[in-house]
Every structure is written in structure tokens, then in C-alpha cells.
Ligand binder design. Structure first.
Ligand code: SF4
Length: 222
């Protein structure tokens, strides 16, 4: 049963800010800013389900559905490349000879970040692919549209441990129904939910809807 699983893309939001994740994924709040709009445009291009390519010993699959019973996450991979490899390292692909190694590629609109959020999304994708194909996925790639650079990422034990920890925390918030408190940080200035979050005011852990209800009650009492 995967329909109850949380969205895989949420692990990136959660790693950036647990409150942002809760506002988007638990409270269904969303606000586009330039970064997210550009990102969604880029994903629309990368998510074209009819677009497949072959480049030498690489086969490219787009919009591949992913899920992991261990992480309890599901989503869609922008791009998964299948690299021709030895039998011991690969899987068979329909209509192709030989063996192929799945390699997740995550496209980002902006540039490299200081936090682990993009790494977490890529790592979660790798864990999904490992479960789905019953194979080790030791590397993936992050591609940044602004700098047009592609980075090879080793999916280390440390990254895997962090992904499992964050996924478990996400479920703890889901089960408690609590939205984490705002913690005003430098990265808030890049957050598309800044207007909704009101980080200077929301020190207590409560949902955004209860915040607005509280504010309206205050106005009525005034
Ligand atoms: S404004 Fe800051 S605290 Fe609020 S959701 Fe965004 S990053 Fe998190």
C-alpha cells in the first residue's frame, strides 16, 4: 500500500525547514516565488512522460514513479539514467540487450545549496530505486539549471542514515498533527512561504490556520 505514503519531494522541504514542509505537505499551503516558479517550469520540461532518449551506452527514462516501503515515501524521479554495465551491477531493460545500472538525476532550477536538502531528495530517490530494482545504487547526480553544472554524488551511509531519520521525523509530525514552530533564519528570505509563515511572530508550535484564527479573534476582541 503506497497511497498513504508521504511525498518523496517533501524530504527536500523538510531538510530545508520542517515548518515549510508541514505548511506545504500537511496544511497544503503553497506560494510560488521566483525560485519555485522557475523550478516548476523546469520540472515540467523534465517531467514530459513521452520523452525518452538514448545516448550511446545510456538510456534515459523520465517521470519514473518511485516508492520505498522502508522510507514510506513515494514520488516521481525527474530523470533516471540507465548506464550499460556488467551483469553483476545491473538489471535488464525491456527491448535492450545487456545489463544497465539505474542512476538518479535530480534537476534543480537554481544553484548549489549549502544545506543537504537536494542531497536528501537524491538519496531518497536512490533508496527507492534500490528497493524497486533490488540493486545497489552507489551514485546519483544533481544538475543545477542556473549554473548548468552537474555534480556526482556518492550515496553514502551517512546520507542514507540522514534520509531515514528525516523521513521518520516527518511521520512523527504527520501523526501528531503538529506544525513545527517557526525559527527565523537567514534562509527564510529565500522561502516562498515567508508571508504565510510569519516567522517573526510564530514562535509557538501551532498550525498556520490556528494562527490566523487566533489573529481574527484578537481583532474581534479589540
Ligand atoms: S519563513 Fe523560515 S521558518 Fe517559515 S517556513 Fe520559511 S524557512 Fe521555515
Amino acid at each position: 500500500m503506497t497511497e498513504d505514503y508521504l511525498a518523496l519531494s517533501g524530504i527536500q522541504h523538510y531538510c530545508f525547514c520542517s515548518r515549510q514542509w508541514a505548511l506545504i505537505h500537511l496544511e497544503q499551503q503553497w506560494a510560488d516565488n521566483t525560485r519555485t516558479y522557475g523550478g516548476s517550469q523546469m520540472h515540467q520540461r523534465a517531467d514530459d512522460p513521452y520523452f525518452t532518449e538514448s545516448r550511446g551506452d545510456v538510456r534515459i527514462s523520465r517521470s519514473l514513479p518511485l516508492s520505498s516501503d522502508r522510507l514510506r515515501l513515494r514520488g516521481v524521479a525527474d530523470v533516471v539514467e540507465f548506464h550499460r554495465c556488467d551483469e553483476a551491477d545491473g538489471i535488464r531493460l525491456e527491448g535492450e540487450t545487456g545489463f544497465w545500472k539505474p542512476v538518479p538525476i535530480e534537476y534543480k532550477y537554481g544553484q548549489e545549496k549549502e544545506d543537504h536538502s537536494d542531497l536528501m531528495q537524491l538519496t531518497a530517490q536512490a533508496i527507492c530505486l534500490e528497493e524497486m530494482f533490488k540493486i545497489d545504487i552507489p551514485v546519483g547526480y544533481l544538475y543545477y539549471g542556473k549554473t548548468r553544472r552537474r555534480f556526482k554524488v556518492e550515496i553514502t551511509a551517512g546520507l542514507r542514515e540522514e534520509a531515514f531519520m528525516l523521513a521518520a521525523e516527518m511521520y512523527q509530525y504527520l501523526e501528531s498533527g503538529e506544525t513545527p514552530a517557526a525559527v527565523l533564519q537567514k534562509h527564510c528570505q529565500n522561502c516562498s512561504l515567508q508571508q504565510l509563515c510569519v516567522p517573526k511572530l510564530s514562535k509557538k508550535s501551532r498550525s498556520i490556520s490556528s494562527y490566523w484564527k487566533h489573529m481574527m479573534e484578537d481583532e474581534e476582541d479589540a
